[in-house]
Design a protein. Structure first.
Length: 347
């Protein structure tokens, strides 16, 4: 049977919020209780869990609803009995009887009607004059004071949030040039070489919000090497450096952030070929520079509020002409796959 009044009442309930993840069983968390106070959780008239509050005034009490009252969900009012040395949280189904408060205890009702299910975590906060309730779908981690002694209540549902502000990155991975080896070999046979290998990168990202930022980075791709020839021999290398600037769009999910980026890169490259015919050796070299586009994306996970690990893939267009003029030019695509560490600096 549908209950058309329930969505309206739930929407009007104070301090109700949705979280992430799925809880395996009903859990009640009490915050800001007196340290050492005995905490009791009651479903209707059945006591389902007890335990002491720790030194921080926190008690985490499992409350198996199905076993206690034979139901997997209820619409309930929530009360708190405040006693001299204990606190009692009562979750009472609408229309059900409950136990009266003990002598010397004051009963306080938390405003609102709540849809209680095993997937929810019920967080009762006793910090104010009147208790308040936060209903989380999934798990909840009690916030701890930061370095300045304040508590980030908004970030309490997650162990960490992907940060804003300045983030420094360092990574290592693989790079591959699209045509450099083919160009170096030309029609020479035999010819062999390598246009892929280790790459290194460093970056500074400024996240203006958790969803948008700007980034500047340096990339050192692997050098291309080629050698070959029959009637003559040659050795060729191509070494490049890239500097990039990009806009970054993020999709944060708690401490994890998916992101994509697009922007421009400026490259400087040196191509060197040493050719030997009989006993005569000659070296040719030219430098190129120029601007091209780039795009990519990745994922970062913040394992602490300051440190994250990340993985990223990208594609950059390296295009430019020879320094000082001449016919030499470069027109390459550089593929990158890197991973590394990120550090949030500042507040």
């Amino acid at each position: 049977m549908q209950r058309p009044w329930r969505p309206m009442l739930l929407a009007a309930a104070l301090h109700v919020s949705a979280g992430a993840g799925m809880a395996a069983a009903q859990t009640v968390i009490l915050r800001n209780a007196p340290a050492g106070a005995e905490i009791e959780v009651v479903l209707n008239a059945a006591t389902v869990g007890t335990g002491p509050a720790d030194a921080a005034g926190v008690a985490i009490i499992p409350a198996p609803m199905k076993q206690a009252i034979g139901k997997s969900e209820i619409d309930a009012n929530v009360f708190v009995d405040v006693c001299e040395t204990s606190r009692r949280v009562l979750i009472v189904e609408v229309g059900a009887a409950t136990v009266p408060p003990a002598a010397g205890c004051a009963r306080r009702q938390i405003s609102g009607l709540y849809w209680i299910r095993p997937v929810n975590t019920v967080v009762v906060n006793l910090a104010g004059v009147e208790p308040t309730l936060l209903l989380i779908r999934g798990e909840y981690e009690v916030p701890v004071p930061g370095p300045d002694g304040t508590i980030d209540e908004d970030g309490a549902r997650f162990r960490r949030l992907a940060p804003t502000g300045v983030v420094l990155s360092g990574g290592v991975g693989l790079s591959k040039l699209s045509e450099a080896l083919e160009v170096a070999c030309g029609s020479a046979t035999p010819c062999s070489g390598d246009d892929s290998g280790l790459a290194y990168t460093g970056a500074v990202t400024y996240w203006i919000t958790r969803f948008f930022g700007v980034e500047g980075s340096y990339v050192k791709p692997s050098s291309m090497t080629a050698e070959g020839g029959s009637s003559y021999t040659f050795d060729s290398t191509l070494e490049a450096d890239l500097w990039t600037v990009a806009a970054v769009i993020g999709a944060p999910i708690g401490p994890v952030r998916l992101y994509g980026k697009a922007g421009a890169n400026y490259h400087q490259a040196t191509s060197t070929t040493t050719q030997t015919i009989n006993t005569a050796t000659q070296t040719f070299a030219f430098n190129t520079q120029g601007w091209g586009w780039l795009f990519g994306g990745g994922l970062e996970g913040w394992v602490t509020p300051r440190v994250a690990i990340f993985g990223e893939a990208g594609l950059a267009k390296m295009k430019g002409d020879a320094e000082g003029g001449g016919e030499a030019f470069i027109d390459e695509r550089l593929r990158l796959l890197v991973g590394g560490i990120r550090v949030h600096v500042g507040r």
